[in-house]
Design a protein around this ligand. Structure first.
Ligand SMILES: [Zn+2]
Length: 265
Protein backbone atom coordinates (compact mmCIF):
# COMPACT_ATOMS: atom_id res chain seq x y z
CA UNK A 1 0.00 0.00 0.00
CA UNK A 2 1.55 3.29 -1.06
CA UNK A 3 2.76 5.23 1.97
CA UNK A 4 4.57 8.57 2.17
CA UNK A 5 7.77 7.36 0.42
CA UNK A 6 5.86 5.77 -2.47
CA UNK A 7 3.65 8.83 -2.94
CA UNK A 8 6.72 11.11 -2.86
CA UNK A 9 8.27 8.86 -5.52
CA UNK A 10 5.10 9.19 -7.65
CA UNK A 11 5.26 12.97 -7.16
CA UNK A 12 8.82 13.14 -8.47
CA UNK A 13 7.91 10.86 -11.37
CA UNK A 14 4.93 13.04 -12.30
CA UNK A 15 7.02 16.21 -11.95
CA UNK A 16 9.67 14.83 -14.28
CA UNK A 17 7.25 13.55 -16.95
CA UNK A 18 3.88 15.25 -16.98
CA UNK A 19 4.12 18.97 -16.17
CA UNK A 20 3.52 21.88 -18.58
CA UNK A 21 1.92 19.82 -21.35
CA UNK A 22 -1.56 20.76 -22.56
CA UNK A 23 -4.11 18.12 -21.54
CA UNK A 24 -6.16 17.15 -24.60
CA UNK A 25 -8.27 14.33 -23.24
CA UNK A 26 -9.18 12.53 -20.02
CA UNK A 27 -10.17 8.91 -20.56
CA UNK A 28 -12.04 7.52 -17.56
CA UNK A 29 -12.06 3.74 -17.94
CA UNK A 30 -13.51 3.07 -14.53
CA UNK A 31 -15.40 5.81 -12.72
CA UNK A 32 -15.23 3.88 -9.44
CA UNK A 33 -12.06 5.77 -8.43
CA UNK A 34 -13.70 9.19 -9.05
CA UNK A 35 -14.85 10.92 -5.88
CA UNK A 36 -17.41 13.75 -5.95
CA UNK A 37 -16.74 14.29 -9.65
CA UNK A 38 -18.20 12.64 -12.74
CA UNK A 39 -16.14 11.51 -15.72
CA UNK A 40 -17.59 14.42 -17.74
CA UNK A 41 -16.83 16.99 -15.05
CA UNK A 42 -13.27 15.71 -14.71
CA UNK A 43 -12.66 15.91 -18.46
CA UNK A 44 -14.33 19.31 -18.78
CA UNK A 45 -12.37 20.64 -15.82
CA UNK A 46 -8.96 19.54 -17.13
CA UNK A 47 -9.11 19.70 -20.93
CA UNK A 48 -7.04 22.54 -22.31
CA UNK A 49 -5.21 23.02 -18.99
CA UNK A 50 -1.70 21.98 -17.98
CA UNK A 51 -0.39 20.38 -14.80
CA UNK A 52 1.70 23.21 -13.32
CA UNK A 53 3.21 21.77 -10.17
CA UNK A 54 2.44 19.29 -7.44
CA UNK A 55 2.32 19.04 -3.69
CA UNK A 56 2.32 16.01 -1.42
CA UNK A 57 0.78 15.82 2.03
CA UNK A 58 0.95 12.46 3.79
CA UNK A 59 -0.34 9.89 1.31
CA UNK A 60 -2.19 12.45 -0.83
CA UNK A 61 -0.80 13.96 -4.02
CA UNK A 62 -2.19 17.26 -5.30
CA UNK A 63 -1.49 18.37 -8.85
CA UNK A 64 -2.25 21.99 -9.75
CA UNK A 65 -4.06 22.28 -13.05
CA UNK A 66 -3.82 26.04 -13.37
CA UNK A 67 -5.66 28.69 -11.36
CA UNK A 68 -7.23 27.34 -8.21
CA UNK A 69 -7.93 23.87 -9.54
CA UNK A 70 -6.15 20.86 -8.08
CA UNK A 71 -6.34 17.23 -9.03
CA UNK A 72 -6.15 15.10 -5.89
CA UNK A 73 -4.76 11.58 -6.16
CA UNK A 74 -4.80 8.96 -3.43
CA UNK A 75 -3.30 5.60 -4.26
CA UNK A 76 -5.36 3.35 -1.98
CA UNK A 77 -3.90 -0.16 -1.82
CA UNK A 78 -2.45 -0.70 -5.30
CA UNK A 79 -2.44 2.67 -7.08
CA UNK A 80 0.50 3.92 -9.14
CA UNK A 81 1.33 6.23 -12.03
CA UNK A 82 2.64 5.22 -15.41
CA UNK A 83 3.77 7.60 -18.13
CA UNK A 84 3.29 6.21 -21.63
CA UNK A 85 4.92 7.25 -24.90
CA UNK A 86 2.93 7.55 -28.14
CA UNK A 87 2.04 3.94 -28.90
CA UNK A 88 2.77 2.23 -25.57
CA UNK A 89 -0.22 0.20 -24.44
CA UNK A 90 -1.82 1.29 -21.17
CA UNK A 91 -2.02 -1.32 -18.40
CA UNK A 92 -5.32 -3.24 -18.27
CA UNK A 93 -5.96 -1.88 -14.81
CA UNK A 94 -5.46 1.78 -15.80
CA UNK A 95 -8.56 3.54 -14.44
CA UNK A 96 -8.00 7.08 -15.73
CA UNK A 97 -5.66 8.19 -18.52
CA UNK A 98 -4.66 11.81 -19.06
CA UNK A 99 -3.61 12.47 -22.64
CA UNK A 100 -1.29 15.35 -23.54
CA UNK A 101 -0.89 17.38 -26.75
CA UNK A 102 2.18 15.36 -27.82
CA UNK A 103 0.14 12.13 -27.53
CA UNK A 104 1.98 10.95 -24.43
CA UNK A 105 -0.25 9.87 -21.58
CA UNK A 106 -0.23 9.60 -17.82
CA UNK A 107 -2.13 6.57 -16.53
CA UNK A 108 -3.53 6.20 -13.04
CA UNK A 109 -3.23 2.45 -12.59
CA UNK A 110 -5.05 0.77 -9.72
CA UNK A 111 -5.76 -2.93 -9.71
CA UNK A 112 -7.87 -3.05 -6.56
CA UNK A 113 -9.59 0.32 -7.02
CA UNK A 114 -9.22 1.69 -3.51
CA UNK A 115 -7.59 4.78 -5.03
CA UNK A 116 -9.26 8.17 -5.28
CA UNK A 117 -9.30 10.93 -7.86
CA UNK A 118 -11.00 14.23 -7.15
CA UNK A 119 -10.94 17.87 -8.24
CA UNK A 120 -10.59 20.37 -5.40
CA UNK A 121 -10.18 24.12 -5.09
CA UNK A 122 -8.18 24.43 -1.91
CA UNK A 123 -5.66 22.02 -0.35
CA UNK A 124 -5.90 23.49 3.17
CA UNK A 125 -9.66 23.16 3.13
CA UNK A 126 -9.33 19.53 2.07
CA UNK A 127 -6.79 18.80 4.84
CA UNK A 128 -9.11 20.40 7.39
CA UNK A 129 -12.14 18.48 6.20
CA UNK A 130 -10.23 15.21 6.49
CA UNK A 131 -8.68 16.48 9.74
CA UNK A 132 -5.29 15.27 8.54
CA UNK A 133 -2.31 15.86 10.80
CA UNK A 134 0.94 17.49 9.62
CA UNK A 135 3.09 15.63 7.11
CA UNK A 136 5.49 13.16 8.74
CA UNK A 137 8.48 14.79 7.00
CA UNK A 138 7.27 18.33 7.72
CA UNK A 139 7.32 18.30 11.52
CA UNK A 140 10.04 19.28 13.96
CA UNK A 141 11.05 17.25 17.01
CA UNK A 142 9.17 19.61 19.35
CA UNK A 143 6.01 19.37 17.24
CA UNK A 144 6.35 15.60 17.26
CA UNK A 145 6.70 15.52 21.04
CA UNK A 146 3.68 17.80 21.44
CA UNK A 147 1.52 15.60 19.19
CA UNK A 148 2.54 12.30 20.77
CA UNK A 149 2.56 13.70 24.31
CA UNK A 150 -1.15 14.48 24.13
CA UNK A 151 -2.09 10.87 23.49
CA UNK A 152 -2.17 7.51 25.19
CA UNK A 153 -2.08 4.04 23.73
CA UNK A 154 0.09 1.80 21.59
CA UNK A 155 2.82 3.71 19.78
CA UNK A 156 2.12 1.92 16.54
CA UNK A 157 -1.54 3.02 16.56
CA UNK A 158 -0.35 6.61 17.13
CA UNK A 159 2.06 6.41 14.17
CA UNK A 160 -0.69 5.03 11.91
CA UNK A 161 -3.25 7.66 12.90
CA UNK A 162 -3.32 10.02 9.90
CA UNK A 163 -5.14 12.67 11.96
CA UNK A 164 -2.09 12.96 14.23
CA UNK A 165 0.74 12.57 11.70
CA UNK A 166 0.08 11.99 8.00
CA UNK A 167 2.00 9.61 5.78
CA UNK A 168 3.12 6.59 7.81
CA UNK A 169 1.42 3.27 7.03
CA UNK A 170 1.70 -0.29 8.28
CA UNK A 171 5.01 -1.34 6.66
CA UNK A 172 7.13 1.73 7.39
CA UNK A 173 5.69 1.95 10.92
CA UNK A 174 7.14 -1.52 11.58
CA UNK A 175 10.49 -0.46 10.13
CA UNK A 176 10.56 2.76 12.17
CA UNK A 177 9.78 0.91 15.43
CA UNK A 178 12.41 -1.73 14.65
CA UNK A 179 15.00 0.97 14.10
CA UNK A 180 13.97 2.73 17.32
CA UNK A 181 14.11 -0.57 19.30
CA UNK A 182 10.49 -0.15 20.37
CA UNK A 183 7.79 -2.76 20.74
CA UNK A 184 4.76 -1.76 18.63
CA UNK A 185 2.39 -2.08 21.60
CA UNK A 186 4.42 0.04 24.03
CA UNK A 187 2.22 2.76 25.55
CA UNK A 188 3.42 6.22 24.50
CA UNK A 189 2.92 7.39 28.08
CA UNK A 190 5.90 5.21 29.04
CA UNK A 191 8.28 6.77 26.55
CA UNK A 192 10.91 9.19 27.82
CA UNK A 193 12.02 12.36 26.07
CA UNK A 194 15.05 10.45 24.79
CA UNK A 195 12.86 7.67 23.44
CA UNK A 196 10.73 10.18 21.56
CA UNK A 197 13.82 11.82 20.07
CA UNK A 198 15.09 8.41 18.96
CA UNK A 199 11.71 7.59 17.44
CA UNK A 200 11.59 10.93 15.63
CA UNK A 201 15.04 10.32 14.14
CA UNK A 202 13.94 6.84 13.06
CA UNK A 203 10.89 8.27 11.26
CA UNK A 204 13.01 10.74 9.30
CA UNK A 205 15.73 8.24 8.52
CA UNK A 206 13.42 5.45 7.32
CA UNK A 207 11.18 7.69 5.20
CA UNK A 208 14.06 9.63 3.63
CA UNK A 209 16.10 6.51 2.93
CA UNK A 210 13.10 4.78 1.31
CA UNK A 211 12.56 7.85 -0.92
CA UNK A 212 16.24 7.93 -1.85
CA UNK A 213 15.94 4.26 -2.93
CA UNK A 214 12.76 5.09 -4.90
CA UNK A 215 11.00 2.62 -2.59
CA UNK A 216 12.51 -0.33 -4.46
CA UNK A 217 12.14 -3.08 -1.86
CA UNK A 218 14.92 -5.09 -3.50
CA UNK A 219 17.36 -2.29 -2.69
CA UNK A 220 16.41 -1.81 0.96
CA UNK A 221 19.33 -2.44 3.32
CA UNK A 222 19.45 -6.04 4.55
CA UNK A 223 19.82 -4.63 8.05
CA UNK A 224 16.21 -3.40 7.79
CA UNK A 225 13.21 -5.32 9.04
CA UNK A 226 11.21 -5.08 5.79
CA UNK A 227 13.26 -7.54 3.69
CA UNK A 228 12.72 -10.13 6.44
CA UNK A 229 9.21 -9.15 7.50
CA UNK A 230 6.78 -12.07 7.40
CA UNK A 231 6.39 -15.70 8.39
CA UNK A 232 9.74 -17.48 9.02
CA UNK A 233 11.55 -14.14 8.83
CA UNK A 234 14.52 -13.71 11.16
CA UNK A 235 15.66 -10.54 12.88
CA UNK A 236 18.62 -9.08 10.95
CA UNK A 237 20.08 -7.87 14.26
CA UNK A 238 19.95 -10.90 16.53
CA UNK A 239 18.88 -13.75 14.23
CA UNK A 240 15.85 -14.68 16.31
CA UNK A 241 12.52 -15.39 14.66
CA UNK A 242 10.27 -12.36 14.07
CA UNK A 243 6.84 -12.33 15.64
CA UNK A 244 3.55 -10.80 14.59
CA UNK A 245 0.73 -9.26 16.60
CA UNK A 246 -2.32 -7.16 15.86
CA UNK A 247 -1.77 -3.59 17.01
CA UNK A 248 -3.98 -0.68 16.07
CA UNK A 249 -6.05 -3.03 13.89
CA UNK A 250 -3.07 -3.94 11.68
CA UNK A 251 -0.54 -6.77 11.69
CA UNK A 252 2.74 -5.70 13.24
CA UNK A 253 5.97 -7.64 12.70
CA UNK A 254 8.73 -7.14 15.23
CA UNK A 255 11.60 -8.79 17.07
CA UNK A 256 10.55 -9.61 20.65
CA UNK A 257 14.20 -9.61 21.71
CA UNK A 258 15.33 -6.31 20.15
CA UNK A 259 12.08 -4.40 20.62
CA UNK A 260 11.20 -4.24 24.30
CA UNK A 261 7.95 -3.09 25.83
CA UNK A 262 9.78 -0.86 28.26
CA UNK A 263 11.62 2.41 27.83
CA UNK A 264 15.34 2.15 27.11
CA UNK A 265 16.21 5.35 28.90
ZN1 LIG B 1 16.30 -9.09 17.18
Amino acid sequence: MPELPEVETFKRYLDSTSLHQRITNVDVRDAYVLKRVSARQLARGLKGRRFKNSHRHGKHLFVRAGGELWLRLHFGMTGSLEYLDGDEVAPKTARVIFRFADNCRLAFDDQRKFGEIELIKDIDEFLQTRRLGPDALGITLSQFKAIVGKHRGAIKAILLNQQLIAGIGNLYADEILFRAHMHPAIDVARLSDKDLARLFRAIRYVLEKAIALKTDFNRLPKSWLLPHRGKDGKCPRCGRRLRSAITGGRTAWFCPHCQKRTSRS
